[in-house]
Ligand binder design. Structure first.
Ligand code: CA
Length: 365
């Protein structure tokens, strides 16, 4: 044992010496070039409360990674919603250059940029894996850049929640008849589809969902998935937990960079932002995967939550209406049409592939 320890100590000493002897061996030129590096101090505003689980902590983690990779040459300070600008003004703040970066979801900007809807959550659209394939290797990101270009913003995929849950219901949904007049908190394109199917979509910020459900002001709500839903205590306000999250099968979170600010960065810092976004995009999905597994176990095992799946006739009707709604989005502009074509072409291919790959495996595991 003593011998082993001594050997270990010797190895440490030798390694230490080697490190010391290799360091000064750089060329004289390198020493001349070692002027103090310019430090960039950026601000990032988000649509989330400061440090909100995953959605708010992911941009903080991105900033930390960028700081480490750049050895402190690019420092990004993250601000929660309302600290510099309200949540729904994040896009404008980045566009104007009030701040250099923003973190949010593209469907918040649909009033200014209708095509942004394609880069957030498309009902019956892509899962996280599919959307990342489309964005990074199927032409999707180039189209997104085109959408934001007139606003002086460069978008990056900056996270994904994975397939969300269908939501919390106080009554079982056994057929389309049960949707008629049902008041549900469900935003965006999913809400539009729900409305066309006879439901009553209600818009509420996350902070008001629990009370609205508990008091009966709404009959149902969607939020995110087991981890965030458990944190809000939604299982205390409704009995049935439905899947799948047809309305948000793989929603993209976004990192936005002011184009002028990006162009002032030297090449290596631009690369750190670019690859840092790829890290952040995957890291959020990984965290959601692990946390959702634990949270679903708790919901079912400790809180006796009743899991349900939507009946086939409801899913069929929602799917038909989703096709209509997405055609309406297509017809908004020439760019909308190009995005639609690219999206649907990739989706047809990915559907065929996943049927024989992960879907097939899901049936037999
Ligand atoms: Ca949601």
């Amino acid at each position: 044992m003593l011998t082993q320890r001594l050997t270990f100590a010797v190895v440490i000493v030798v390694a230490g010496c080697m490190a010391q002897t290799t360091e000064p061996s750089g060329t004289p030129d390198m020493k001349v070039a070692a002027a103090p590096a310019k430090v960039f101090k950026w601000k990032m505003v988000t649509t989330w409360p400061k440090n909100y689980p995953v959605l708010g902590t992911a941009p903080e983690r991105f900033a930390k990674a960028v700081n480490e990779m750049s050895n402190g040459r690019l420092q990004i300070k993250v601000f929660g919603a309302g600290e510099i600008v309200p949540a729904l003004e994040v896009f404008d703040a980045v566009s104007r250059g009030t701040v250099q970066m923003g973190h949010g979801v593209a469907y918040y900007w649909k009033g200014k940029v209708p095509e942004a809807q394609w880069f957030a959550a498309v009902p019956f659209g892509f899962t996280a894996r599919e959307v990342n394939g489309w964005l990074h290797y199927g032409g999707g990101l180039a189209l997104w850049r085109e959408v934001y270009k007139p606003h002086g913003i460069i978008p990056f995929a900056g996270g994904n929640s994975g397939t969300q849950m269908g939501g919390w219901f106080n009554k079982e949904v056994n057929s389309l008849a049960d949707i008629q007049g049902l008041k549900m908190r469900i935003p965006g394109l999913g809400g539009e589809i729900f409305k066309r199917a006879g439901g009553v979509p209600v818009l509420l910020p996350g902070s008001e969902i629990f009370t609205a459900l508990q008091t009966g002001a709404i009959d149902a709500t969607e939020w995110v998935g087991p981890y965030n839903d458990l944190a809000f205590g939604l299982h205390k306000a409704a009995k049935y937990y439905y899947s799948p999250g047809w309305h948000e099968p793989g929603p993209i979170l976004e990192l936005m960079v002011n184009e002028k600010a990006y162009n002032t960065l030297p090449d290596d810092l631009q690369a750190i932002v670019k690859y840092g976004a790829r890290y952040s995009n995957q890291d959020m999905l990984d965290e959601y995967t692990a946390r959702n597994i634990e949270a679903l176990e708790k919901l079912v095992g400790e809180h006796d939550v009743q899991l349900r799946t939507f009946p086939p006739d409801v899913m069929k009707r929602f799917r038909e209406l989703a096709a209509e709604v997405m055609k309406d989005e297509r017809d908004r502009s020439e760019l909308g049409k190009r995005i639609y074509d690219s999206f649907m072409k990739f989706k047809a291919g990915s559907r065929a592939y996943f049927q024989v790959a992960e879907d097939a495996y899901g049936e037999v595991r």
